[in-house]
Write a protein that binds this ligand. Structure first.
Ligand SMILES: NC(=O)c1ccc[n+]([C@@H]2O[C@H](COP(=O)([O-])OP(=O)(O)OC[C@H]3O[C@@H](n4cnc5c(N)ncnc54)[C@H](O)[C@@H]3O)[C@@H](O)[C@H]2O)c1
Length: 246
């Protein structure tokens, strides 16, 4: 039910046809935001958009012009852009190393965020500021032997966000990342045995969306918020490396 929290906002969510992205899109729309649902799966994306009164745009985040088109759609249809959620992501899957699968994961999880930031900045600047939340993962903060490529891409997103955020903060643009643990979506289907062996509890998608809203309303810049079952989301306290002089 609409509560007006986002009634003057326009949001773009990538990977919004399913899982966490769809739930974030829905929460933003429930709060009154006008939402662009961006995904490369058209049928499900269109259904989500129709359901929430938003607009669907076909978007493969691996392609820079697709991300630009998604941002331009927000401006053309809703007059601007305030919130960008760069959420699309995939795991590697399969056995052993495969160069094509490797490229697909890097292109989706890392290029998708890098291209996404560049695509949305002009529209956010035109508004005099806004917020970008990149969906990283707890897998970017710890070793991930069951999918090292996935872990590497999420670690890259974490450092990209920390490095890039100060460059746009002066323009009123807040760039942060959310790093959830395992959450109940189809992306974990290949890992359920591992998750069971690790004894890690699985987040509800609604917990991730709650944490997303905390990040959205925080004042932080370049923060990477960790989220695990039963623990409130909080920014990771990164240590500084030892300086060259020891
Ligand atoms: N579910 C988890 O356990 C978990 C934990 C931490 C982080 N994450 C991250 O959350 C994000 C959302 O994942 P989810 O769990 O909702 O998975 P999901 O598979 O349910 O949803 C992913 C969405 O991204 C879309 N997508 C994939 N590749 C795309 C591309 N190239 N262009 C556009 N859209 C594309 C898919 O069509 C799908 O709609 C991902 O970045 C994932 O890495 C998930």
């Amino acid at each position: 039910m609409e509560n007006g929290k986002y009634s003057d906002k326009v949001a773009l969510v990538t990977g919004a046809a399913n899982g966490i992205g769809a739930a974030i899109a829905r929460r933003l729309a429930d709060g009154g935001a006008q939402v662009v649902v961006a995904d490369f799966v058209a049928e499900r994306g269109e259904a989500v958009a129709e359901d929430i009164g938003g607009v669907f745009v076909p978007c493969d985040v691996r392609i820079p012009s697709d991300s630009r088109m998604a941002a331009q759609t927000a401006v053309a249809r809703f007059g601007g852009l305030d919130i960008a959620v760069l959420n699309a992501g995939v795991v590697t899957g399969g056995d052993g190393f495969d160069a094509d699968r490797y490229r697909r994961v890097v292109a989706t999880n890392l290029d998708g965020v890098v291209y996404g930031i560049e695509a949305v900045l002009p529209a956010l600047r035109a508004r005099g500021g806004g917020s970008i939340v990149a969906m990283a993962s707890l897998a970017g903060l710890m070793p991930v032997p069951f999918d090292p490529v996935y872990g590497a891409t999420k670690a890259a997103v974490v450092n990209y966000v920390r490095s890039y955020a100060p460059l746009v903060a002066g323009e009123g643009i807040r760039l942060n990342a959310l790093c959830p643990g395992f959450a109940e979506t189809p992306i974990i289907d290949g890992f359920r045995g591992v998750i069971h062996d690790l004894g890690m509890p699985i987040l509800e998608v609604s917990d991730v969306v709650d944490a997303f809203e905390v990040v959205l309303h925080s004042t932080g810049i370049g923060e990477c918020w960790q989220l695990q079952v039963g623990v409130p989301a909080e920014p990771v306290a990164f240590g500084a490396p030892r300086s060259a002089g020891g």
